[in-house]
Design a protein around this ligand. Structure first.
Ligand SMILES: Cc1ncc(COP(=O)(O)O)c(C=O)c1O
Length: 384
């Protein structure tokens, strides 16, 4: 019997950063040494207190389900952190803890989007946003941004993209892949459009050159903040995230969580509490190290011939115009992987607006970065 794949699933695009990484792993199994600049994974350990809290919790038998919304301690710590960031009171009853930011995103899109609905997303964009929308039967409506104006969203273009079926507007500041930090006035204008705002704040805290990322909770109560521990605290494999949502949304999200996931891992939630309580200095140090790498990689890539009109001011990526080396970013990224043994992500992973670009993650060691730059210098032709 031929297996029928739900067309909604068949329409999802592969996550190219993962595909490059998986090919790089294959090469490594064959004995090839690859420098990884493709995935968004800080090359530093998580806060020691988080590791310690997690192992202690495991040893002490903290191995059962938790309340589907998360441990009260963690929800309180998350609320306190976001109150600090936004300068407004945040009720722990608005927090839903999930196994990573990705499940929080899935739950929130599922809450808001039904077949035929639209979601407005700035592009280039994190690849999973439109895939989640399509997964729910909805239609992503993409609003282009460009390198010339530092990948800033134009509020008028966002307004023009909003129609009667728009159920949400997605913003991410700092953004993946561009590193763009949106101006507060831009976000204020978008928040005033009377459409729920989904604010992905997973890179907040990682900003440079005096840029300040605006917490959406400072803009009003009808916002959905998506965040987690993967980036700031280098806790990707812990799988821990959360959403802070409007009060009326918590109960239906809780019901979805009960049915789909039951709860996030109990012992991992203890790591989250410890990260929030003790991880501040680690985040500050990570930010400083990332800033050093950023100051090294941006001029070095420019010298190699990549186009980077303005240095990114947030996250840990450089989204570089690679058209001097080839128009097809997917072919170019795999070619760079084979010839230079440097893994980077094709720009087209982030939508058609990213075609011709390559994304380099600089969240790596100084040595790995130097090696990658040397290899690129040897393998890339002089730009045409
Ligand atoms: C913008 C953005 N949001 C969400 C995620 C997913 O994070 P998590 O590991 O918490 O699921 C990523 C991961 O790369 C990301 O770049």
């Amino acid at each position: 019997m031929p297996l029928r794949i739900n067309p909604r699933i068949a329409s999802l695009e592969p996550f190219l950063a993962m595909e490059v990484m998986e090919r790089a792993f294959e090469m490594e199994r064959e004995g090839v040494d690859v420098v990884h600049l493709e995935v968004g994974e800080p090359g530093v350990p998580p806060p020691a207190e988080a590791v310690e809290a997690c192992s202690r919790a495991l040893v002490e038998g903290e191995t059962r389900y938790t309340d589907s919304r998360g441990l009260a301690e963690l929800r309180e710590a998350v609320a306190a952190e976001h109150a600090r960031r936004s300068g407004t009171a945040v009720d722990p009853d608005r927090v839903l803890v999930t196994s990573g930011t990705s499940p929080a995103m899935l739950l929130v899109f599922a809450l808001l989007v039904e077949p035929g609905d639209q979601v407005v997303i700035g592009t280039p964009h994190y690849p999973c946003y439109p895939n989640f929308v399509r997964f729910c039967g909805g239609e992503p409506v993409l609003v282009p941004t460009g390198p010339g104006d530092d990948w800033q969203l134009d509020p008028a273009a966002v307004r023009a993209a909003v129609g009667p079926r728009t159920r949400a507007i997605v913003v991410a500041s700092p953004a993946n892949p561009t590193g763009a930090v949106q101006e507060r006035a831009t976000l204020e204008e978008i928040a005033a459009l009377d459409v729920p705002l989904l604010s992905d704040e997973i890179y907040q805290g990682l900003t440079y050159d005096g840029a300040e990322a605006t917490s959406a909770l400072a803009l009003g109560d009808d916002v959905f903040v998506l965040d987690g521990f993967s980036k700031r605290y280098a806790m990707t494999g812990f799988r821990l995230g959360y959403a802070v949502v409007p009060r009326a949304a918590l109960r239906p999200l809780q019901v979805m969580q009960q049915n789909l996931f039951i709860s996030a891992n109990r012992f991992v939630q203890h790591a989250g509490v410890a990260a929030l309580r003790h991880g501040g200095p680690m985040v500050q140090k990570l930010r400083d190290v990332l800033d050093e790498r950023r100051r090294r990689i941006v001029p070095a890539l420019r010298e190699l011939g990549f186009g980077i009109p303005r240095a990114p001011r947030g996250a840990f990526y450089v989204f570089a115009d690679a058209r001097p080396f080839g128009e097809d970013s997917r072919a170019l990224a795999f070619d760079v992987l084979e010839r230079a043994r440097v893994a980077c992500t094709p720009g087209v992973d982030f939508g058609a607006a990213g075609e011709g670009f390559l994304r380099f993650s600089y969240a790596t060691t100084a040595e790995a970065l130097e090696e990658a730059l040397a290899r690129l210098g040897r393998a890339l032709p002089a730009p045409s």
